[in-house]
Each structure stands twice: as C-alpha cells, then as structure tokens.
Design a protein around this ligand. Structure first.
Ligand code: TYM
Length: 336
C-alpha cells in the first residue's frame, strides 16, 4: 500500500496559511485515499525545538492534531497519528543520513539561509532540520508528502539523499514523487503559498509581527473578516489572477477557492473583469469568517483524550514500520 505523509510543527496557534496550504489539502487527500493508502499524520515535535515555542509545547502538540479532526479528518485503520519524538528511529536515521548528505546541499536550503543569515549563534538543529525531515519521510516509504510551496526544496533534497543511498546500497528507500507530481496529486494548480495580507509579496507567517498581516486559527471570525477587508490590493482596478502584478488580489482569489473547495480557475472566471475590489473582499471575508466559526465550534468539542488514544495506536504502528526500515539501513552500513 502506498503512503501519504505530512507533519506540521506545533510551535504556536497555526495561521490560515498553514490551514489552507497544508492542513486542509491533507485532510481532503486523506479522506479521499485512506481506503487504499496509508495516511501518516505526525507532529514533528523535534523540529519544534529548533526555535522558540509560544505557550506550552504539550498543549500545542495536542491542539495540532485537534485541528486535523476539526477540519474533517476521518479516522480509519489506515490513518496513523503519532509524535515524532515517540518514535526514536527518526533521530537515529537522521544521524545516519547526516553521513550521506553533504554540507553543500544542506547549506543551499533557503530556510536555513534565511534563518541563519548574519547569526553565528544559529543552532545546529536549524542546519540539520531538512535531514531529520528526510528521515521522517523515508522511514515510512512515503510517496506523497502534501506540503506548502516553501517546503518543496526539502522534498527535492530528500529525493537526492534517497537516490544517492540507493545507488550505493540497493533499493532500500522509496524515492518520494517529484514536486511536480506532488502538486498533481494534491490537485492544485501549483505549489500553495498563502500570502501576507499587508505585504502580499511575502508568505503569511506566524512570525510576522503585524497583527493584520495574518489570520490565526483562533481569531474571532469578525476580527478575521476585518483583516481581509483591510488587505493590501493594488491600484489597477480590475480583478485578475496575476501573482506578479496583482499578488494581493490573487491571494484573495486563492483563499476563496481553497475555502469554498471550488477549482481556482472557476473562481477566477467568476470574478474576471470585476472592478470593485470591495465586493471580492466582502465575499472572501464572509467565507473566512464562516469557515472559522464552524472550525472553532468543532474544535471545542474534541477532547484531549481522543487525541491521546490516536497517539497510542499510531505510535505502536509507527515504531513497527520505522524500526523495520531502520534495521535495513543499519544492515546496509554494517552497523548490524
Ligand atoms: P511548518 O511547520 O513550517 O509548516 C507546516 C506546513 O504549512 C505550510 N505553510 C504554508 N502553506 C501555504 N502558505 C503559507 N503561508 C504557509 N505557511 C506554512 C508549510 O509548507 C508546511 O507544509 N519541515 C516542516 C514540517 C515537517 C514535515 C516533515 C512536513 C517536518 N517533517 C515531513 C512533511 C513531511 C515544517 O517546518 O513545516
């Protein structure tokens, strides 16, 4: 059986960018495929500690899984939910892959370059983070890894490491699909990147200080609607999807398509040529606030207990699968 796998760091409340770019696509794919594929959803808690954590990490971990359930994730025997640090094979394989990956390829990762620029005190975890991510994926032979566009480079790195390893030791790892095929599998037109509402050249990120630049999943729906109404647009006066010339308007069209689950091309056609940006903003504001009310209502009904039960079953499964793959790798290197 093929495997779909993804993880979201739980350093804080998540943004609408995480929700629309990764969580919702994963939930839709999981519900569509979990009868014929394994669906692994894990919390990369070891990735969380590379940077500061807002609030309590344990609470954040549990809340991240509640988000998937509130977004409609259906549970069956092929859906596996686990915490990375409860499956020690992840760290073990990370070390082994450190001895396969090169400093050159890891240094080229954009996220590392951005986070470390001009800082000698940058921790080694930030540098090594994509190798741990490769271990997360390769341990479970995952073919599809639904993620936002900012993570594509890490998938390509994972593919390179797996291919190099297989060339040396034989076909031990499943090489995940190319990013172009990942995008096709996710049924989106291109990689997803929800933009900062005030500065749409940048991605929406929880670390941006300006409150109105991002929508957090615990924002009051009315407050979120106001943020959409005050989003930066342009002075061209015509609704058109053009990420280069009109990133603010294109972002709103993208948000509307993802929330209403209508193909982006159809949303673009509906609004083509419209001159009043206010009308588009009102529609998107209403979609976002409606989505948040429903989501927050569902979230409040999910208990911690439900999540811990999922972890118990998921971690038993994950340890079995991961340890078996780790043993193959250890044998290949002569460690066993
Ligand atoms: P993280 O926690 O930074 O982000 C989680 C997911 O949210 C997506 N995302 C966005 N998508 C669209 N628009 C945005 N503005 C936006 N902001 C965030 C990210 O692309 C990501 O999919 N390294 C990963 C976590 C991870 C992982 C893995 C993922 C660790 N191991 C193995 C997949 C498979 C990360 O830090 O994502």
């Amino acid at each position: 059986m093929k495997t779909i796998l993804t993880g979201i760091r739980s350093n804080s409340i998540l943004t609408l960018g995480n929700y629309l770019g990764a969580l919702l696509p994963m939930v839709r794919l999981a519900n569509e495929h979990s009868r014929e594929m394994n669906v692994n959803i894990f919390v990369p808690d070891l990735h969380s500690i590379i940077s500061s954590v807002d609030g309590n990490l344990q609470e954040n971990i549990v809340r991240t899984i509640k988000y998937y359930l509130a977004a409609g994730l259906e549970i069956n025997e092929n859906v596996h939910i686990y915490r990375q640090s409860y499956v020690p094979a992840h760290s073990e394989l990370c070390w082994i892959l450190n001895c396969v990956a090169t400093m050159g390829e890891t240094s080229r990762m954009t996220q590392y370059k951005e986070k470390s620029e001009g800082r000698d005190s940058c921790n080694v975890g930030i540098f090594d983070y994509p190798i741990l991510m490769a271990a997360d994926i390769l341990l479970y032979s995952a073919e599809y890894v639904p993620i936002g566009e900012d993570q594509f480079q890490h998938i390509e790195l994972t593919r390179n490491i797996a291919t190099r390893f297989n060339n040396r030791f034989g076909e031990i790892f499943t090489v995940p699909a190319k990013t172009a095929d990942q995008v096709k599998f996710m049924e989106v037109d291109n990689g997803l990147r929800i933009r900062d509402l005030l500065n749409p050249e940048k991605k929406m990120s929880k670390s941006t200080a300006a409150e109105n630049s991002k929508i957090m999943l615990d924002d009051e729906p009315a407050k979120a609607a106001k943020k959409i109404m005050s989003a930066t647009t342009d002075s061209l006066g015509k609704v058109k999807y053009d990420m280069w010339a009109q990133p603010g308007i294109s972002n709103l069209l993208q948000i509307e398509a993802l929330i209403t689950d209508v193909p982006l091309q159809d949303v673009i056609s509906t609004w083509a040529g419209e001159t009043r940006y206010g009308d588009l903003k009102k529609k998107v504001a209403s979609s976002v606030s409606g989505m948040l009310s429903e989501f927050q209502e569902k979230l409040a009904k999910i208990s911690d207990q439900q999540v811990y039960e999922l972890f118990e079953a998921g971690e038993k499964y994950a340890n079995e699968v991961a340890n078996a793959k780790l043993a193959e790798v250890q044998k290949a290197f002569g460690l066993r």
